[in-house]
Design a protein around this ligand. Structure first.
Ligand code: NAD
Length: 278
């Protein structure tokens, strides 16, 4: 083993095909939505760090905080700033906005990687969706983007910034079992366009990335998810599943100045699957 390999940090190892281009050097960002090491948000956080950004995290409750602390240790990260945030709680949103501004001053970007629906709503017939289940999915998975944009706006509006939310093709096509989450993602994508219009006046850009299916904690709640992965891999033009790291690199581009004239867009990172009519 060469000395270069022995000092290689885990973050560098995992992204060995991507060396840093310092695309986010000098930028500060907040990552909302890490639950564990499989979270897409964790891959995004690592890619942002690789590109030179200073990152803060929000976490949903003490259990997630313990997961985060373990991940920080594994990656040799000096305890980054993190704050408790349940996106359905207005007082926690307000507090997060104020605390983040105090801590960071200016925030250049944030990632919205948050979704939730009741297990029983992610299978069977959509016609049986309950009123409660519908509201809950909308609140956590869609309204939260509006609420977070409002909370972090004071920390972004001086210099401008970039917001990225994660959606899925089930927003515009019927994907078996995705059900109420598809409707929530449609609202999320539309909210991003309205936010892009409002916040554009402050040079804050808002875009949506739509990945293909990736095995994560949330995804495991969708009935027959492994069948989806298999179908996707055999059918997508690139004949493979998309990885969280590939999604993360697209988020880096959207957070960076390379995408400075792009806002209100929906960008698929799905190996071309969305282009198919079959
Ligand atoms: P994940 O389970 O790792 O992440 C979901 C996150 O949402 C968790 O960190 C959880 O703590 C957070 N969350 C849920 N309710 C919350 C609340 N009330 N307050 C604060 N946080 C809350 O799963 P993931 O697949 O990485 O999901 C991240 C995003 O990517 C989601 O928006 C998801 O819809 C989207 N996405 C996932 C896939 C996929 O196949 N995994 C595909 C396309 C889009």
């Amino acid at each position: 083993m060469s000395s270069a390999e022995t000092i290689e940090k885990p973050i560098q190892k995992e992204n060995r095909n991507m060396s840093s281009n310092n695309l986010l050097k000098g930028k500060k960002g907040i990552i909302v939505g890490v639950a564990n090491k499989w979270s897409i948000a964790w891959a995004v956080a690592k890619a942002c760090i690789r590109e030179g950004a200073e990152i803060g995290f929000t976490y949903q409750g003490e259990r997630v905080l313990r997961n985060l602390e373990k991940l920080f240790k594994e990656e040799n990260l000096q305890e980054p700033y993190s704050i408790n945030l349940d996106v359905t709680k207005d007082e926690e949103l307000k507090n997060a906005g104020e605390e983040v501004k105090k801590q960071f001053g200016q925030v250049d970007f944030f990632l919205h990687a948050v979704a939730f629906a009741k297990h029983e709503e992610l299978g069977g017939e959509f016609v049986n969706t309950s009123r409660d289940g519908y509201h809950l999915a909308q609140d956590v998975s869609s309204y939260s983007l509006v609420a977070l944009a409002k909370a972090f706006k004071p920390a972004m509006e001086e210099k401008g910034g970039s917001i990225v939310a994660l959606s899925y093709l089930g927003s515009e096509r019927v994907v078996k079992n995705y059900n109420v989450m598809g409707v929530a993602k449609a609202a999320l994508e539309s909210s991003a366009r309205y936010l892009a219009y409002d916040l554009g006046a402050k040079n804050i850009r808002v875009n949506v990335v739509s990945p293909g299916p990736i095995k994560t904690l949330s995804a495991s709640g969708i009935a027959d998810f492994s069948k989806m992965l298999e179908h996707f891999k055999n059918t997508a033009p690139l004949r493979k599943n998309v990885s969280a790291e590939e999604v993360a690199d697209t988020c880096v581009f959207l957070f960076s100045d390379l995408s400075r004239a792009i806002t209100g867009e929906l960008l698929y990172v799905d190996c071309g699957y969305n282009t198919l009519a079959m």
